[in-house]
Design a protein around this ligand. Structure first.
Ligand SMILES: [Zn+2]
Length: 138
């Protein structure tokens, strides 16, 4: 069921290209608290990853559940009006993400995707990020 009002939807639409979203800022705070240095949105890399740990050759993407079609309640929702438009658009986003992640991995980058809905559990996110950054090859 599409429960978004037009206003909410336009707010959400405006977020898609928008960097520096709240979930992104939360992940940055966590990475900083763990004592890791990172660059933001490196345009040289496919998809301009949200956080880039250059010397570790690791990147983190913070993905909005709706826009990147996470398999969660927020991600499974397709707006009721202009269904074909949304389906094409959202499927395009997913295909694009897959291409970007494959390209990065081929180039030797390790990639972590953190979903918007997972960030609510900040302790768990911190543990996950720590494992990713400090694990093997860290
Ligand atoms: Zn989600």
């Amino acid at each position: 069921v599409d429960t978004l009002t037009a206003k909410q939807r336009s707010k959400r639409m405006s977020m898609v290209r928008c960097k520096n979203t709240e979930p992104e800022k939360a992940v940055r705070r966590i990475a900083s608290a763990l004592g890791h240095k990172y660059r933001l949105h490196l345009r040289d890399l496919p998809g301009a990853p949200d956080l880039v740990f250059v010397s570790k050759r690791k990147v983190v993407f913070v993905h909005g559940c709706f826009w990147h079609q996470h398999k969660c309640a927020a991600g499974n929702r397709i707006p009721k009006s202009r269904i074909n438009f949304w389906r094409t658009k959202l499927e395009g986003n997913v295909l694009r993400d897959n291409r970007i992640l494959s390209k990065l991995r081929r180039d030797g980058w390790r990639v972590l995707v953190i979903w918007e809905c997972q960030i609510r559990d900040e302790t768990k996110t911190a543990a996950r990020l720590k494992r990713f950054l400090e694990g093997e090859n860290g």
